[in-house]
Write a protein that binds this ligand. Structure first.
Ligand code: SF4
Ligand code: SF4
Length: 162
């Protein structure tokens, strides 16, 4: 089984994301053959009037969505961390949606079952289409490292201002 830190996910750099939502359209076209953001596995969130962030599954360890499902309809791939939905079991109760802190699961507008990013078998379509290069398919470890460096830079900048 691969380590959690080695698992790869789609990560968004909020400093580059313009909120254009091309990633949502690219995803829905790839997965559902339609340009419809309500059927996208990645979601663009406006954090404030100037900052946007595209969010998809974070491949949580001991995934709360899996643990919460009362019908055992969700399984996490041990190697990739990807969540798989068993359509025979999911009845769309939405408990997993409540359990996910990232809003990564959605209820499909037609099937009324949940759906979630599957990383396009290792070649995420959203990453290919982002015109700003804001999306990266990278390891969780790399994301933590970059977050740490950004936090340190901010501390330095704040210290220089005082
Ligand atoms: S395509 Fe890129 S810039 Fe546009 S919303 Fe998605 S992540 Fe942001
Ligand atoms: S769907 Fe949400 S809770 Fe489940 S693994 Fe992904 S981010 Fe974590």
């Amino acid at each position: 089984m691969s380590e959690v830190k080695d698992k790869k996910l789609v990560n968004c750099d909020a400093s580059k994301c313009t909120g254009c939502r091309i990633c949502e359209y690219a995803c829905s076209m790839k997965k559902e053959k339609t340009y419809n953001p309500t059927k996208s596995r990645i979601r663009v969130v406006r954090l404030n009037p100037f900052v946007n962030l595209a969010v998809s599954c974070r491949l949580c360890e001991d995934a709360p969505c899996v643990v919460t499902c009362p019908r055992d309809a969700l399984k996490q791939n041990e190697e990739t961390g990807v969540i798989k939905v068993d359509e025979e079991k999911c009845n769309g109760c939405g408990w997993c949606i409540e359990a996910c802190d990232y809003g990564a699961l959605e209820l499909h507008p037609e099937t009324k079952q949940v759906f979630v990013c599957d990383l396009c078998d290792g070649e995420p379509e959203c990453v290919k289409w982002c015109p700003e290069g804001a999306l990266e398919f990278t390891s969780k470890d790399d994301v933590s490292e970059k977050t740490r460096i950004t936090a340190i830079k901010k501390l330095f900048q704040n210290a220089l201002k005082t």
